[in-house]
Design a protein around this ligand. Structure first.
Ligand code: BG6
Length: 484
C-alpha cells in the first residue's frame, strides 16, 4: 500500500472548498475510499481556531452534501482529520507554522491543492520549497484558470515546474471527472460497433454544447475580464473535443491517453481574421426570463470593468485537420443564461445516399447523444418502421439507451470525488498535462487575435433563449442544425 499523505488546501475557506472539495472529501471518507489520506489541512488568511473551523465545515457540509449523505457517525471520524492553518501567501513564517502542523512521519506524502487566485500559484510553490515542505514525492493540484492566454499560462506552469515534477502536477478540469466522459471512452473503445464508424467516412458533424441557465452570479468581476471563450472553451469544451477526436491510445495509461488528446488539439485549424466571422459567434445575454423568472441583462447587473467587451456566449465551427476528421465540422457552443442547463456531445452520422421511404428519411439521421448533465446518459438515435397498417413503409426515430439509468443514479458521484481520489492515488489520466493546456491556449489565442483584428461583434441574445440567432445560422449555412 502507498504511504499515507496529508492534503493541504490553499483557499480552504473559499467557495470551491466549501461547495465542492470538502463535501467530496467527506464522501470519500464515508465510502472508505480515503484510507491513504491522513489529515486535511485547510489554509486561509483569516485566523481561525481548529474547532471553529470544524463547526463551520459541519454546517456547510449539511448544506452542500447531496441528500442522504450526511451522517453524524461519519462526521465524528471525519472531524478528527480536519485542521486549519493561517497562511498569507507571501509570508514565510506562516509556512514554517504550516510545517509544524504537518505530520513529520509523512514527509513523502504531501498533496497541495491550490484553489486560490492562480496569480499566487508561483509564490505559494516557492514558499513551500523555501520552507522545505516539498520533496520529490510531493504533488500539487492546480485549479483553473491557468492563465488568461498562452504566455501567462506558460509563466504559471514554469513557476510550478521549478518546484514540482510534471508527474506530481495535477491540472484540474472538472469536466474530465464527470462519469459520462469516462463512459464515452468505454463506449467508443469497448464496442466494435462504434470504433470503425468513428471517422469522417461515417460521421457528418460533431456538436458539443455546454449550456448554463445561471448568469455570472457573484463572479462578474472575474468573468468580465475572462468571457465565455476563456472560461469554458479553453478548458471544458476543448477537453471534450480532444476526447471525442483522439486516436485510439495504445493503453489506458495516462501518458498514452494524453499523447492522443494532444495530437487532436494540435490538429485544430487556427481561426483567422479571414474566417472568424464565418466560424465564430460571440453573444451577450440581455434581459429575459429563465425558468419562468425575469432576469437582468449582463450589462445591467453591475458595472463590471470591461463588461462591454466580454462575451457570455460563444459558438465556434472548428475543424480538425487530420486523416480521421478532415471535412467534419465540430460545432461548439456554450453560454450563460440560456434556456436550460445541459451539457451534451452529439455525433451525427451521415445521411443515407437516398431515401426509400414515404416520409423523408434524409431528414432523420442516426445520432449518438452523450449527455453529461443534468442527467448522465448515452443514447443511440436510430430509425425503424412507424408501426401500423399504412400502405407505405415510413420511418420513425427510436432511442436506444446505452446506460442503465437506475444503476448510474445509485453509483453517481461528484466529479470532484473522482478527481480528488485520483490525485490522492497519483493517477493523472483525468488531469491535463502541461502541453495540452498550453496547446489549447495557443489555439484560443488565435481566436482572440482574430476577433481583435476583424472586430467580431458581440450580439445580444435574450436570456432564456439558446443564444444569438447567428449561432443557429452557423450550422444552418452548412445545411445542418443544432440538436436541441
Ligand atoms: C467553471 C466555470 O469552470 O465551470 C463557470 O468557471 C461554470 O463559469 C462552471 O459555471 C460550470 O460547471 P458545471 O459543472 O456546473 O457545468
Amino acid at each position: 500500500m502507498k504511504p499515507k499523505l496529508d492534503l493541504v488546501i490553499f483557499g480552504g475557506t473559499g467557495d470551491l472548498s466549501t461547495r465542492k472539495l470538502l463535501p467530496a472529501l467527506f464522501q470519500l471518507h464515508r465510502h472508505q475510499l480515503a484510507d491513504r489520506l491522513h489529515r486535511i489541512i485547510a489554509t486561509g488568511r483569516a485566523t481561525i481556531a481548529d474547532e471553529d473551523f470544524r463547526t463551520t465545515v459541519k454546517s456547510n457540509l449539511k448544506k452542500f452534501l447531496p441528500d442522504g449523505a450526511w451522517s453524524d457517525e461519519v462526521w465524528s471520524t471525519f472531524h478528527d482529520r480536519l485542521v486549519y492553518s493561517t497562511i498569507d501567501a507571501g509570508n514565510a513564517s506562516d509556512y514554517q507554522a504550516l510545517g509544524k502542523r504537518l505530520d513529520p512521519g509523512l514527509a513523502p506524502g504531501r498533496l497541495y491543492y491550490l484553489a486560490t487566485l492562480p496569480s499566487l500559484y508561483g509564490q505559494i510553490c516557492q514558499q513551500l520549497q523555501a520552507a522545505h515542505l516539498v520533496d520529490e514525492h510531493s504533488a500539487v493540484v492546480l485549479e483553473k484558470p491557468l492563465g488568461h492566454d498562452l504566455a501567462s499560462c506558460q509563466q504559471i506552469n514554469e513557476q510550478v515546474a521549478q518546484v514540482f515534477r510534471e508527474e506530481g502536477t495535477f491540472r484540474i478540469d472538472h469536466y474530465l471527472g464527470k462519469e459520462t466522459v469516462q463512459n464515452l471512452l468505454a463506449v467508443r473503445f469497448g464496442n466494435p460497433l462504434f470504433s470503425p464508424m468513428w471517422r469522417n467516412t461515417f460521421v457528418d458533424n460533431v456538436q458539443i454544447t455546454v449550456a448554463e441557465d445561471i448568469g455570472v452570479e457573484g463572479r462578474g468581476d472575474y468573468y468580465a475580464k475572462t468571457g465565455a471563450l476563456r472560461d469554458m472553451v479553453q478548458n471544458h469544451l476543448l477537453q471534450l473535443l480532444s476526447i471525442v477526436a483522439m486516436e485510439p491510445p495504445v493503453s489506458l495509461r495516462a501518458a498514452d491517453i494524453r499523447d492522443e488528446k494532444m495530437k487532436a488539439l494540435r490538429a485544430l485549424m487556427p481561426i483567422t481574421a479571414d474566417n472568424a466571422r464565418e466560424c465564430t459567434v460571440r453573444g451577450r445575454y440581455a434581459a429575459g426570463a429563465v425558468n419562468g423568472e425575469a432576469v437582468k441583462g449582463f450589462l445591467d447587473e453591475a458595472e463590471f470593468e470591461n463588461a462591454d467587451a466580454t462575451e457570455t456566449f460563444v459558438a465556434i465551427k472548428a475543424a480538425i485537420n487530420n486523416w480521421r476528421w478532415a471535412g467534419v465540422p465540430f460545432y461548439l457552443r456554450t453560454g450563460k443564461r440560456l434556456s436550460r442547463r445541459y451539457s451534451e456531445i452529439v455525433i451525427e452520422y451521415k445521411r443515407q445516399p437516398f431515401s426509400l421511404f414515404a416520409n423523408d428519411a434524409n431528414e432523420l439521421t442516426n445520432k449518438l447523444v452523450i449527455r453529461l448533465q443534468p442527467e448522465e446518459s448515452i443514447s443511440l438515435h436510430t430509425l425503424n418502421k412507424k408501426p401500423g397498417l399504412t400502405s407505405k413503409l415510413s420511418l420513425q426515430p427510436v432511442e436506444l439507451h446505452l446506460t442503465d439509468e437506475s444503476r448510474s443514479k445509485a453509483d453517481s458521484y461528484d466529479a470532484y470525488e473522482r478527481l480528488l481520489l485520483d490525485a490522492i492515488n497519483g493517477d493523472q489520466t483525468l488531469f491535463m498535462r502541461r502541453d495540452e493546456v498550453e496547446t489549447a491556449w495557443r489555439w484560443i489565442d488565435t481566436v482572440i487575435e482574430a476577433w481583435e483584428q476583424n472586430g467580431t461583434p458581440i450580439k445580444n441574445y435574450n436570456s432564456g433563449t439558446m443564444g444569438p440567432s447567428a449561432a443557429t445560422a452557423l450550422a444552418a449555412v452548412d445545411g445542418r442544425s443544432w440538436y436541441e
